[in-house]
Design a binder for this molecule. Structure first.
Ligand code: CO
Length: 148
């Protein structure tokens, strides 16, 4: 009897520890430059239940000439989101609101930065995810893998 209650007690402790460990906010950051490039080709969100992502435009050019945003989606949705970005036009910072987008920043110009926070509960572990910029013409240079 004594042993059983001891076992129940440690089982409760274990469950408590597991749920505390499963919530994890990760700080990730990336920069976009005047050379139309991100400074990272890959970001790792493995095990993160929430991501705090900072995009910084490290250059000096205005956003009308060299704007950068950061958009996260499944790789399969990338092409249609890039299309939607072009159609969104300069008034919307070439940043679409397509439902397939998992997370996005606004369009930034030189010297600007933005931090966004998003939950990863709809993402699949080991899934194929990509981040990219939807300013017209940038996607071929500004694209990277988001590990999850
Ligand atoms: Co860009």
């Amino acid at each position: 009897m004594k042993l059983v209650s001891k076992m129940i007690c440690s089982a409760v402790l274990f469950v408590g520890a597991a749920s505390a460990a499963s919530a994890k906010t990760c700080d990730l950051s990336i920069e976009g430059s005047d050379a139309m490039q991100f400074n990272k080709k890959e970001l790792d969100g493995t095990g993160c239940t929430e991501v705090k992502l900072t995009l910084k435009h490290s250059g000096k050019l205005p956003k009308a000439a060299m704007g950068h945003n950061w958009i996260l989606s499944a790789t399969a949705d990338k092409a249609k989101i890039v299309d939607a970005g072009t159609k969104a036009g300069p008034a919307n910072g070439y940043t679409p609101t397509a439902p397939a987008i998992i997370a996005r920043t606004k369009l930034l110009g030189g010297g600007e930065s933005e931090t966004i926070t998003f939950k990863t509960d709809k993402m699949k572990k080991g899934g194929d995810y990509v981040f990219f910029c939807t300013f017209p013409g940038h996607v071929s240079m500004m694209s990277g893998k988001f590990k999850f």
